[in-house]
Write a new protein. Structure first.
Length: 86
């Protein structure tokens, strides 16, 4: 899951994954601890992915709104120019 999230070709160890996600991991290579940390990492990856997608959507929305404003300003200018010609 981490490899797909980061789009990396190689696997990463749990310690590296935890460090990258700012999760403190103690006594790794203990089955119970590894299981808990793996679940924490999976939740963190899911949350980060969702936050990134929301950020992308907000930026796309801002771009669309800017284009709409620019188009409205251009249309208003055309109307003003046409009015002066009458």
């Amino acid at each position: 899951m981490y490899r797909a999230f980061r789009r990396e070709p190689n696997n990463s160890g749990l310690g590296k994954v935890l460090a990258d996600l700012d999760i403190a991991g103690w006594d790794l290579h203990n089955a119970g601890n590894d299981a808990v940390y793996t679940l924490q990492a999976m939740v963190a990856i899911a949350v980060k992915s969702l936050v990134e997608k929301q950020g992308i959507r907000e930026r796309e929305k801002e771009v669309i709104e800017k284009k709409i404003r620019e188009a409205m300003e251009a249309a208003a200018e055309v109307v003003r120019e046409n009015k002066e010609g009458w």
